[in-house]
Design a binder for this molecule. Structure first.
Ligand code: UDP
Length: 322
């Protein structure tokens, strides 16, 4: 059990075995925190935290945070990162996605309140839906279809933001909201359906790259270490309104596919498939607020980050021969 008397801060991360939760864990440990990870492993992966086995500053609890969270420890920070987060995942788990955004957020806020801890929620650029203003600033209210297939994620996160602001205003809690734009890097799941692992996996396997629609839709990709740095700065700030964290470098999905073919040296071709329902046509974060409030901007070049990601997937697909 972690107690404040030992000195270093104690952080709880829901979704602690996920892609972002595990990178955030590493960063917090590096900053001297002790960390309790909570994960129900719907989409989390024990491999992401395997390197922490035996570390006395770390503990993992298997728990669905949509149920009441009981922790005997003292807690200084609660980071609520649990949620299926790729379109395929939340289409496969629509009800758990709604529950973790709603009930899970309520429980995570309740834990933070009971422990007098600070709270940070992982929100999303999906709050902007298929945006009608471009790039997206935090004061844009969004264009979301509540009853479409993506609604289970988008509306859960919008509800989570509303709940977080209510706890801030009515319980005077110290809360933060980060709106995370497309992020990539090692520890993504090869088959989570997102475009980064999908294209890299296909390119390395010599399979066609599945481009949805005509590939003219845009996204802006942020390397995970940049994202985690923005989140850490936000957690340490005293800013309570939502902050976009993402990389403003925008490209079409077709252009992204061409880059992946070039950087992997693959001769795969494009295979055009139907565009998923409500797939946003454009997405690019306006990071003026993050620049001003957090003195943050992304540092990792696309080519550098994507090469590291390709190497990660290469080692997964073609295990080294010993
Ligand atoms: N996409 C694609 N092929 C794939 C997976 C995704 O063309 O195999 C497209 C998808 O339609 C979207 C973009 O790539 O326009 C980013 O999709 P992703 O699932 O990574 O995340 P999103 O930004 O839509 O949440």
């Amino acid at each position: 059990m972690f107690k404040r008397s030992a000195g270093s801060p104690i952080s709880v991360i829901t979704g602690g075995a996920g892609f972002l939760g595990s990178h955030l864990t590493d960063r917090l440990l590096k900053e001297g925190h002790r960390v309790v990870g909570l994960d129900n492993f719907i989409t989390g992966n024990a491999d992401n935290i395997g390197h922490l086995a035996g570390d006395e500053r770390y503990r993992l609890i298997r728990q669905d945070v949509s149920n009441f969270i009981f922790l005997p420890d003292d807690v200084d920070f609660v980071f609520h990162f649990a949620s299926p987060a790729s379109p395929i995942d939340y289409l496969e788990h629509p009800i758990p996605t709604l529950k973790v955004g709603a009930l899970g957020t309520h429980n995570a806020l309740g834990l933070a309140k009971a422990k007098a801890a600070k709270f940070l929620i992982a929100s999303t650029s999906e709050c902007y839906g298929d945006p009608l203003i471009h790039p997206q600033t935090e004061d844009y209210w969004g264009n979301v279809n509540p009853i479409g297939p993506r609604g289970v994620y988008d509306e859960a996160k919008r509800f989570a933001e509303a709940m977080t602001m209510a706890y801030h205003r009515y319980h005077h809690m110290d809360t933060k909201i980060v709106r995370i734009f497309n992020t990539y890097g090692p520890r993504m799941r090869l088959r989570d359906g997102r475009v980064v692992p999908a294209f890299i996996g296909q390119a390395l396997a010599g399979e066609p790259l599945t481009v949805f629609g005509d590939g003219s839709q845009t996204r802006s990709f942020c390397f995970v270490s940049d994202l985690i740095d923005g989140i850490y700065r936000l957690a340490m700030s005293d800013f309570h309104e939502p902050v976009n964290i993402g990389n403003p470098r925008e490209m079409t999905i077709r252009e992204f596919g061409e880059q992946i073919l070039r950087l992997t040296g693959s001769s795969s071709k494009f295979e055009f498939q139907p565009l998923p329902v409500d797939d946003p046509k454009v997405r690019q974060p306006d990071i003026t607020r993050a620049r001003h409030v957090l003195n943050w901007e992304p540092k990792v070049d696309f080519e550098v980050g994507i090469q590291q990601t390709i190497e990660f997937f290469r080692s997964r697909i073609q295990p080294a021969v010993h």
